[in-house]
Design a protein around this ligand. Sequence first.
Ligand SMILES: [Zn+2]
Length: 266
Amino acid sequence: MIQYENETIRVFQSALYMTTSAVIELEEAIIITDPNWLPEEVEEIKEYVNQIKKDKQLYIIYTHSDFDHIIGSGAFPESKVIASRNLSENKHKENAMKQVDTFDQKYYLQRNYKPTYPRVDYIVSEDGQELVLGTSTVTFYLAPGHTDDGLFTVIEPAGIFLSGDYLSDVEFPFIFDSYLEYVKTMEKAKDIFSNHNIFVHVPGHGHTTENIVEMQNRLHFSQEYLEQLPNAQENIEEILLKRYTYFEGMKHIHEDNKKLAMKEKI
Ligand SMILES: [Zn+2]
């Protein structure tokens, strides 16, 4: 399951949708993001965490409340949970857990923990909020647009940028919340790249990269896509088809994006 590794971070990749879970080993704490999807995958992440944990405090960051990203919640009862205020105050918690249950029912899956909606210990309510963990500083930014409860995290001095379901190399922007908010969130991402020293970018789906040009390319493509979306040019689809291996299965999301963008642009 190991997709990427350096001295501070190991990124696990699920067999499903190239969903990632990062385990970051700091001097005084361990941070995990979105442990997922399959029971044995969550178990593998847990075994690794147990190996390196020692007496360090464990934190889990949930990048947003889509059910695939909170499916591992309940597997790490000793951890402190970090997430946005909107994730914490989500009115559709039961619905998210129902989706987890439906998934497990559909594939006859058994877990050795009970999936539960995350109870947030550290709430992020504003951009630039900082959490100091020993010699590391963790800076958070609210990232609405995909969902209204998204979160960007930057960990320094390691230079790790955890972007949740934004800036993926395998998915174009999926706009489930708001087109205009998504546009603003991409501006925020641009500011993050100029105001922080980013060495590693971990998207919620797709490949981790150390390549600055690749990071910029992901951002530019998202911004260009969003800019073109309300005008609904036919050739966008051809471009998406060339760029994204799994476009056929995502095509309907592009159609929905177009409708939302046109509605909000007026
Ligand atoms: Zn996702």
